[in-house]
Design a protein around this ligand. Structure first.
Ligand SMILES: C[S@@+](CC[C@H](N)C(=O)[O-])C[C@H]1O[C@@H](n2cnc3c(N)ncnc32)[C@H](O)[C@@H]1O
Ligand code: SF4
Length: 428
């Protein structure tokens, strides 16, 4: 109740909008692409070999026949965007899921080839993977496909927590998979880990953080366990009477990880990610404007945000019938665009005020100067020579605030889209 009150007040202050409503309508895409100079591409692979009880992402159990039809559907969607994008450079490309490596040898190579044939690709490729798919042969295939940055869903380095998360491997097996990946020729190998797990102790967090550094990873993204109402995790915790860490204990756990990663020379590259010096960071689409391909792919094009249907069968049918798979869209007012811009810059923990002027033609201080001053007085950030850099304290607490919006957004938008492939509207 209090959360809802804070959320709606902050939203009104930052966006001047009472409600935000996504509607079932297809935006005028020709116009939206006209004044864009460069953009990013996100590709969603919505398949997994098993469903983890905590996971909010859009996915279904892998089936080779569906994967084949999905491959053709994604190629049809690429055709549509190839006409709209023309020769504009694509400067960021990310393949996420679900589990992209389920489609190794069953369509992924074909889709990548088609992306390179259809778009003016001017960037590296970043891709997520599952530890059980990282045999030496598969890793060689991944390298030969041109993947430069690989992320591995390690999740935990304690067998008892892997069991709670229902992950299908042991600590020994996942460490071997990481060892094989770091020995290959990637620019960056990232491990995703989850902390603040049910009943997890501070010393277990410390042990996991140190082990990840010792394995020679280029980057670690350490997320606290988020509980989404539409996943099974909440029930598992209730049934087993597990103790969960509150926001202060989570801060302490993150502080332990910060100490380990900074001590080993890593730098902070986002709220949750720490990267070795001189290694380019592994991250999702890095440019502000992007197109999302695949079931549940979302796109952001200056003044419009839209989202594909989540249901794989509906996505395939739409494209086979020559229809766009877009389910929901939202026209973005300038205030919403600016608030969205700020949200992502806070997530990245640093930004230049001139980037705001370049994007919106307005002085950052005129719009957000008072907020900045207040946060600076609280020790949440430093505002020096046009660059704003969040402190570790600010990074954590501002993100707790951001979660008021992002978790609500995911719960409502993804939760609703999961059950209804073509929702009439979703209101925030
Ligand atoms: C798409 S998955 C990674 C690739 C692959 N599917 C796998 O599971 O190995 C993305 C990552 O998000 C993180 N994640 C998923 N659900 C989460 C949750 N409820 N709380 C925190 N992190 C979560 C996990 O670290 C997971 O590795
Ligand atoms: S965590 Fe990864 S493997 Fe598990 S369900 Fe989510 S996307 Fe699939």
């Amino acid at each position: 109740m209090l959360e809802g009150f804070i959320r709606s007040h902050l939203r009104r202050i930052l966006t001047k909008e009472k409600n935000i409503v996504l509607e079932q309508k297809i935006p005028l895409l020709e116009r939206s692409f006209q004044d864009i100079d460069e953009l990013g591409v996100y590709l969603h692979i919505p398949f997994c070999e098993q469903i983890c009880p905590y996971c909010p992402y859009n996915k279904e159990i892998y089936d080779p026949d569906v994967a084949r039809r999905y491959t053709h559907a994604v190629k049809r969607e690429i055709d549509i965007y190839s006409d709209l994008i023309g020769n504009k450079p694509v400067t960021s490309f990310y393949i996420g899921g679900g589990t992209p490596t389920t489609m190794l040898y069953s369509g992924l190579e074909e889709i990548l080839g088609y992306v390179f044939k259809s778009f003016n690709m001017r960037c590296d490729i970043h891709m997520e993977s599952h530890p059980n798919h990282l045999s030496s042969d598969n890793l060689n295939t991944i390298v030969s496909m041109g993947i430069d940055h690989l992320s591995i869903g390690v999740e935990s380095l304690q067998d008892r927590h892997l069991k709670t998360l229902n992950r299908p491997y042991s600590v020994k097996q996942v460490m071997e998979a990481v060892g094989r990946a770091v020995s290959k020729d990637f620019k960056c190998v990232n491990a995703d880990m989850i902390f603040a797990l049910p009943d997890q102790t501070l010393s277990e967090v410390e042990q996991a953080g140190q082990a990840l550094v010792d394995m020679g990873l280029d980057q670690v993204a350490a997320y606290p366990l988020f509980l989404f109402p539409y996943t099974k995790m909440k029930n598992i915790i209730k049934e087993n009477n597990y103790r969960m860490s509150g926001i202060f204990k989570r801060r302490k756990m993150l502080g332990i990880l910060e100490g380990i990663f900074y001590g080993a020379g890593y730098r902070r590259t986002s709220v949750w990610a720490f990267t070795r010096p001189s290694v380019p960071k592994y991250c999702s689409v890095t440019v502000p404007l992007y197109v999302g391909l695949g079931a549940s792919g979302s796109s952001y094009l200056k003044d419009v945000f839209y989202l594909n249907t989540f249901r794989v069968a509906e996505y395939i049918n739409a494209l086979e019938e020559g229809r766009m798979p877009i389910a929901l869209s939202l026209d973005l007012s300038e205030n919403l665009q600016m608030a969205g811009w700020l949200y992502w810059r806070i997530y990245e923990t640093r930004f230049l005020k001139t980037d705001f002027r370049d994007r919106f033609g307005k002085d950052f201080n005129k719009i957000y100067g008072i907020h900045l001053k207040l946060l600076s007085l609280l020790g949440f950030l430093k505002d020096k020579e046009g660059q704003v850099v969040l402190s570790d304290k600010g990074t954590y607490w501002l993100h707790v605030l951001e979660d008021l919006f992002s978790l609500d957004y995911i719960n409502k938008l993804w939760g609703c889209s999961k059950y209804d492939p073509w929702p009439a509207k979703v209101t925030f």
